[in-house]
Ligand binder design. Structure first.
Ligand code: 5GP
Length: 115
């Protein structure tokens, strides 16, 4: 497991409330939420960045998207949410264990990628 904070959360070394868990991933509330709903979907497998994923990870990557949809449904935000992956520090990635941000619960600017 990765030595990052998310690796330690996945392994249980750092206790955290999982709002969702299955064989391949967990979901937790972001500690610094950018919207009323801000959840992180984190694979149990240690992949630092999206670009580090390989062909063998394709089922896992699909699984993460399906899990994100399930978590959004579980939280009642499946009609409107954003899914974000930051890849690399210049793109805002701060934890180098792949994760998907589910952000919802507020209106987003139309036609913009951020905001
Ligand atoms: P990144 O910037 O790497 O895409 O996203 C990392 C996210 O992890 C940030 O939104 C940050 O608030 C969140 N985060 C960092 N440390 C912790 C933590 O210990 N617990 C939780 N739940 N979220 C964290």
């Amino acid at each position: 497991m990765s030595d990052t904070i998310f690796g330690k959360i996945v392994s249980g070394e750092i206790p955290s409330e999982f709002i969702y868990e299955d064989e391949h991933c967990i979901a937790i509330n972001d500690v610094n939420p950018q919207a009323p709903v801000h959840v992180l979907v984190i694979p149990k497998r240690d992949i630092p960045r999206l670009v580090d994923a390989e062909m063998d990870d394709r089922d896992l990557l699909g699984h993460l998207l399906l899990a994100a949809g399930n978590v959004a449904r579980q939280l009642g935000v499946d009609e409107a949410f954003r899914l974000i992956i930051n890849n690399g520090s210049d793109a805002g990635q701060t934890v180098f264990h792949l994760h998907l941000h589910i952000i919802a619960g507020r209106k987003f600017a139309e036609g913009h990628m951020a905001g």
